[in-house]
Design a protein around this ligand. Sequence first.
Ligand code: GLV
Ligand code: MG
Length: 328
Amino acid sequence: MSFTIVEQCPARLNRSELAVPGSSTKFLEKAPQSGADVIFLDLEDAVAPDDKEQARKNVIEALNDFDWGGKTLSVRINGLDTHYMYRDVVDVVEQAGDKIDLIMIPKAGTAADIYAVDMLITQIEIAKGYKKRIGLEMIIETALGMQNVHEIAAASPRNESLHFGVADYAASTKARTTSIGGPHPEYHVLTDADEAGKREVHWGDVWHYAIARMVVAARANGLRPLDGPFGDIKDPEGYKAQAMRAAVLGCEGKWAIHPSQVDLANQLYSPSDAEVNKATRILEAMEQAQKEGKGAVTLDGRLIDIASIKQAQVMIKKAEEIAARRAG
Ligand code: GLV
Ligand code: MG
């Protein structure tokens, strides 16, 4: 272990994060019934410019008037390059700051962006005498943000999570796609020809580098990495595949841009019984190994060692958090 200890952000279940447009009173009214671990009320890209002010009012009203039943709540403010952003922070935090857990900063580009929002929130929190500290979630969705992702992740003690915003990221990097996430048929390799001269097309994951880079920045700073949206709401299998490959890389959850995606994310980001059983057996086997003075043993024909204990503990801790949520 390094002499530098990574402080972990407050523990929260974040398997799913439901996006709810602030301009839609219909969707806002339904949101408290959602099974999402985190709900973000959106003032940014799901809201047309003419609706920005009304959306802000709707969101403040919904935060204050609805019974959210202890849900983790976030508000996505507008980008720091817009004239909506300062009023988003001032109005939402002044008028409903005790109701929210998180503020989501879109298109985070540099550590100074986080500093600026932190400064505003800090002043309002002190002026209003709020006791609960508001956390920050940053969307990494521009080339600049990805270049500076490590500094962004370390920019404030309020930081809790990094999110991969695939749609804006594609636009910013000028990637040749117009869909929101998912694979691209042109991002493939051809296998060498077999004896019959046949070659296979193997699709790759266009977003692998971006997600893996963001996961490292998040985990090195004790934050949660999350995979962002998947636009094809009629394709649950595609959603599941995207969610699972991000989970394998270390993401802790995925956005739901439609209520039907919430259960899929909750299910995929909960360890399965088989995974929990395996983790339990690893811990048992390693406990026995340590009693016998061994650092490594084989289990089911595979080597496990002290690092396996840590991996297994991550799995068990997650299962316990989920069980606690169900019990509560
Ligand atoms: C999310 O905001 C995205 O751009 O994908
Ligand atoms: Mg975006």
